[in-house]
Structure formats: C-alpha cells, structure tokens
Design a protein around this ligand. Structure first.
Ligand SMILES: [Fe+2]
Ligand SMILES: [Fe+2]
Length: 189
C-alpha cells in the first residue's frame, strides 16, 4: 500500500484534564461514503454487463418459461441501470462503472456452462444455477448498499436501492420455481 492510500487515522482530541477522546465519526462517515460510491460503480458495471449478457443466456435456454423469465429480467435490469444513474445524480456523482471482478467471474462461469452443454433440460438447469448465483450476488450487494445509504442519511437513494433489492429477490424466487420444473425434466429424461 502506498503512503497516500493509507487510511486516515482517527483523530485524537486532548482535553484539559488530559483525557484522550477518539472522535472517528467525521472521518468514518466520509470513508463510508467513498466506499458506498465505489460499490455503486461496481454494481453499475455489473448491471451493464448483465444487459449485454442476458440476451445470449435467453437465446440458449430451451424452456419457454426460462426464456421469458430471462428476457423479462433483462428489461428489469435495464431499468435498474437507469435507477442507479438516479442514485449517482442524488449523490452529486457522475454515473460511471468500475469493473466488478465478481460479476465478471459469474458471467464467465455462465458462458462455460453454455460451452459444456447441449440445448436441453441439463443446459437449462445450468443456466438457472448460473442465474441464481448472479441474483444472490446482487441481493447481497444491494442489501449492503441499502444499509450504507440509510446510515449515511441518503434516504432517497436508499428507497431506490430497496426497489432494486426487491426486484432481485423476486427474480430469484421465480428462478426457484423454474428450477423445480427443470430438475423434474432432467429426472424424466
Ligand atoms: Fe440487477
Ligand atoms: Fe438481477
């Protein structure tokens, strides 16, 4: 770590009676806000990457229910990108993405499932598994972002992020239902 990247130490205030009081609040809040914005850039990159990747996943699915679910989530995801732009605007920040290595890895895994399978129930099961990993990552991320926004008093941003969190949970529930059918299809083959 370079010197310039070292976290700022908490400020110690010396009082008249020589007691030391550590007052970390201001520094911690600004560090948390930086981390919050950095995490928003990560998920902004991730959502945009999903907008590019979901059509390929949909066109490789065999089950019509799975294809429809992915395409519907694509339009939900496009709206989430716009919602994130509003969050950046509320914070007075430029909307920009920063490569999210976790999402890049999850998408790569999804791609390798397509390469290793042929169209059919097993490929569908693989697409569902990859999609659910993605949704779980998003649920974890938005859960954290909502908590950060609330702690920072960014209530309007928190409301927008909570809407997205609900949509990711809904997508996960729908994938669960489709997964049960897909697994039954695999068992029947
Ligand atoms: Fe999303
Ligand atoms: Fe999602």
């Amino acid at each position: 770590m370079k010197n310039s990247e070292k976290p700022t130490p908490n400020k110690t205030v010396h009082t008249k009676d020589n007691k030391n009081i550590v007052s970390p609040l201001a520094d911690a809040a600004s560090e948390l806000k930086d981390f919050f914005i950095d995490s928003l850039k990560d998920i902004y990159w991730a959502e945009n990457a999903l907008v590019s990747a979901l059509p390929k996943m949909a066109s490789n699915a065999t089950s019509p229910a799975l294809t429809v679910a992915i395409l519907e989530h694509l339009s939900v995801t496009e709206n989430q990108v716009v919602r994130l732009q509003k969050v950046f605007e509320l914070l007075g920040e430029k909307a920009e993405g920063k490569k999210c290595e976790a999402m890049a890895g999850l998408l790569k895994e999804g791609d390798s499932i397509l390469q290793e399978t042929v169209p059919g129930a097993v490929r569908d099961a693989g697409i569902i598994a990859a999609s659910q990993k993605i949704e779980h990552y998003e649920i974890a991320t938005y859960g954290t972002l909502c908590a950060f926004a609330k702690v920072l008093g960014e209530n309007d941003a928190a409301k927008l992020l909570t809407q997205t969190l609900s949509e990711e949970k809904e997508a996960d529930c729908l994938l669960n239902d489709i997964a049960l059918n897909a697994v039954n299809m695999v068992a029947a083959e």
